[in-house]
Ligand binder design. Sequence first.
Ligand SMILES: O=C(O)CCC(=O)C(=O)O
Length: 248
Amino acid sequence: MKCKLYHLHPEKRAFADDLFHQYQTDAQVSELFVRCRLQSSPHGHAQVNRHFAFNVGETYNYSSIPTTVPLEDSPPCVSVAKNEISNVVLRTLRCSVEFNQVLSVAYMEGMGMKFHSDGEVGLGDVVASLSLGSPARMSFRLRNKPGKGTFDHSAVTREEYEHWFDHACRLCRKSKPRVDEESSTPLQTELVCPTLFTVDIQHGDVFIMIGNTQRFYEHEIERVPGFRIAATCRRIEDVHAHANRTQS
Ligand SMILES: O=C(O)CCC(=O)C(=O)O
């Protein structure tokens, strides 16, 4: 399946205003957002993420493992965000996705999220987020090491990766980083791919990534100019339970 991105702007921003307010009200009632400890910290020192996060539904492992509560215990802000994102996805893709995980991230001025791809095992094809508050710039680049992270990249052949690499460089009119042909290939080197394109996301926008986007690309949120909250919905299959069911 191809990589596809959809950037949707709401007709009116009043809904986003209310939801942004709701998030802040709910966060006063119970402590939603916390800074989570990084799973791998350089030099063995315990470090925390710059941003604050709160997870609902299936557990989600990225650079850190955020506090998770079951879907039925979602605070109102998360349920409203999930419904809105599901509706926009239904209207846009004309198919309904039963999201079972929502990661809400809060950024104070100057915070961001480094380049990563959503690497959860069992991650579904559609990842959709709703942005509230300060504008943000999202940048994309090709994954320079497809084997990195928790995502299973065993199925990516070198030819497949190089095809995407060429295609993306042509599309964005960027020259391909030079590789020492004799000793290395893009798969093996520590090449850092250039940023291929950026997307400026505003208050109330919904951003959808589908298909192979996570497999071939990484995205980052550059340091934001002000307070921002983003709610991202995913469908995560319990691959272990599924494997057990099919074996028995
Ligand atoms: O802040 C955002 O809009 C996206 C956050 C993100 O990249 C993620 O949750 O993986």
